[in-house]
Design a protein around this ligand. Structure first.
Ligand code: NAD
Length: 283
């Protein structure tokens, strides 16, 4: 499956990052977002990311310019008709995703693979909202997409083997390391991290100091960053939503949310972005 024109629906954090990754691999990308204000935000995000890449000597200024010439932005779904690969990266809301998949079913080519970047929804469930489930697959990039190597590739029950193969090949072409995941709540990374962070939250509820919990796990298990520090970085509101979804979908007691953690989020302690979470941050 030849990929030279990609449409990414949703020009937010993930859509913009994935667009950069694809353009760096020489793919022409159209970022579609129905919210006009999302476009300048996405353009700014891309500029900042490319500038960071230049400063860290990951790309040259010339490559950054080339990337910019390969990306365009649109507020209508019309460019879907021209794409030979589609990635959906809109809000994590089943109603919003259903509407987008209806548009993609109507406008994209019959044999064009459509990937979703969902973090918490099952691929086989979303595939039923798309008219051609054989061409539907999960492609879960980690944030920030330009920097993180892993992409979880999640075939649904009806995904055609050639679509899975093409997805793996596309990830590799974009310089990523794809790993095939079963279609289970949280896939592999959020499933494992959800369990770890739940255990760490439980230790904190029982009086453990965040620094001691994180350091113990870093030292003994060889993790670069302990779970509570990582949760602060991800955002405690996002973490709470992930744990709620894991608990609702699996019913496992290990994903139960202690009231002390929910209260942190309710009083606006969201981690680094708000200046305080499990830790306090300076300006
Ligand atoms: P975001 O809020 O930054 O961006 C979502 C974008 O979708 C917004 O720009 C919004 O305007 C746009 N949008 C909403 N409805 C639309 C529609 N009907 N048509 C077109 N565009 C529409 O969100 P994000 O963090 O980029 O997350 C996007 C997806 O990626 C979600 O499914 C999320 O679970 C997943 N994800 C997020 C992360 C992360 O760390 N942020 C990591 C992996 C996966």
């Amino acid at each position: 499956m030849q990929v030279n024109t990609m449409c990414i629906v949703g020009a937010g954090t993930m859509g913009t990052g994935i667009a950069q990754v694809a353009a760096q691999a020489g793919i022409r990308v159209c970022l579609l977002d129905t919210f006009e204000e999302a476009i300048p935000r996405s353009q700014k995000l891309l500029d900042q990311s490319l500038q960071g890449g230049i400063e860290r000597e990951k790309i040259t200024a010339k490559q950054a310019e080339e990337v910019k010439t390969l990306i365009t932005w649109e507020t209508t779904y019309d460019p879907l008709a021209e794409a030979n690969w589609v990635i959906e990266a809109v809000f994590e809301d089943i109603k919003v995703k259903a509407e987008v998949l209806r548009q993609v079913t109507d406008l994209a080519g019959e044999t064009v693979p459509v990937a979703t970047n969902t973090s918490t929804l099952l691929i086989s469930g979303l595939a039923d909202l798309f008219g051609r489930p054989g061409y539907f697959i999960g492609m879960h990039f980690s944030n920030p997409a330009p920097a993180m190597k892993l992409v979880e590739v999640i075939p649904g029950e009806k995904t055609l083997p050639e679509v899975t193969k093409a997805t793996v090949a596309l990830c590799e072409r974009m310089g990523k390391i794809p790993q095939i995941s079963p279609d289970i709540p949280g896939f592999m990374v959020n499933r494992a991290f959800g369990a770890l962070v739940s255990a760490a939250i439980d230790m904190w509820v029982q009086g453990g100091e965040p620094e001691a919990i994180d350091s113990s796990i870093e030292l003994a298990l060889g993790h670069k960053m302990g779970p509570l520090k990582t949760a602060d970085l991800v955002g405690l509101d996002v973490m709470l939503a992930v744990l709620r979804s894991l608990h609702a979908q699996t019913g496992h007691a290990r994903f139960e949310i202690p009231s002390e953690f929910a209260e942190l989020v309710e009083c606006g302690k969201l981690g680094r972005k708000s200046g305080e979470g499990f830790y306090k941050y300076g300006e």
